[in-house]
Structure formats: C-alpha cells, structure tokens
Ligand binder design. Sequence first.
Ligand code: C5J
Length: 224
Amino acid sequence: MIEVDARPFVFSFDPATTALVVIDMQRDFVEPGGFGETLGNDVSRLGAIVPTVARLLALARARGWTVVHTRESHDPTLCDCPPAKRGRGAPSLRIGDVGPMGRILVRGEPGAAIVDAVAPIDGEIVIDKPGKGAFYATALGDVLRLKEITHLIFAGVTTEVCVQTTMREANDRGYDCLLIEDATESYFPDFKRAAIEMIVAQGAIVGWAAPLAALEAAVATKGA
Ligand code: C5J
C-alpha cells in the first residue's frame, strides 16, 4: 500500500486497484478561443497547471498505473446536449457553434481534443462525456469495474464543476478518491478553494486532497 500525506488524513491505496482520472484537459477549456473563454473566463489559470498534470501523468505512466482521460464533448447532432445545458450563461459562442478551434465542445473538433502536453497515449482509456460527471451516460463505471478499480486519483478542470461532480459520483459508487490539488484548477480561485474544503470536510465526506509532491514522496518511499 502507498500512504499519501493528505487532508483530512492519510490516503492509502494499492496501485493495482487504482486509476488516475484526468478530467477534461481540453483545448476548449484551457486555450484561448474555446468554450471557457467564450463564457468570459481567463483561461490562463487553467493553462498554468498543464506542467503539473504532465508530471502526474509521467509518474502514473512510469509506474504502470491505469490512466483514464475524460473529454466533455457532444455528438455533432447535439442530441446529447439538452437546452438546460446549451442555453446556460451568455457565451459569445454556444456549444455546437463554430469558433476558432472548430465547433465548440463537439467530438472530433480540434477544440474538444486534450492539450498536447497531457494527451492520452496508447493503452490509456478515453471517456467522452456529455455531462459534468464522468459516470453519467458513459461506460466509465463498467470500465473501472472490469479492471477491479477501487481507488481513484483525480486531476483536471474545472475543480468545482466537472472534477467535483465526478468525485461525488465516484464516492457514491464506493470509490475512495484523492484529488491532487495543484493538478486541478478553476477559473475562480475562491471556488477551487471552497470545492477542496467541501471535499475533505467532515472526515473526507467526498474524498482526500494532497499536493503532487506528497504523492511523489509517498511513491518514492514505497518504491512502488
Ligand atoms: C465546465 C468542466 N466547467 N470540465 N466543465 O463547464 O468543468
């Protein structure tokens, strides 16, 4: 077992039954001209974590851990994008509209791709999800069950939307979840801080949080 110095207490996991889940590190959220920017956000905050997510991926790959990437994305017909989602906010471009990186959040378009520095490699699982949670309307639950995964380590964007939603879904399904706090980001620093506090509150009611250095130190100690 690997024991990570985490909040609110030590997070223990067996790498054989653990997956790293990297949420929505897509150009549409991280780069100028995508969905995040059309909503009026400063995307540079999200771009700043790319090197940390890459370091986390390098650790997982070096140790042979299961790696899952998610992409928030829709069918080109938008049959999986309800008005309750497409109509929200006042973006300059809505989901499905054509922007500088192709149609916003549509599968197969350049903007829906994961940024190069943290892109999936052969053998890694990629889940396209129409919702905020990665378990909703996807095969993620089945994929993890077949691999006998019990613990999930999370990174990606945005902390309080798709990361937190997926952690809550995972917690309800019985997974123990650790969030790598410097490998996740929000357009709103206060929301990131609050989301992490909510996750670890009340004795890890949703899960644990730790910096990447704590995970690296724990792995180095075990030589796992
Ligand atoms: C958002 C996400 N923020 N991946 N999506 O709409 O968090």
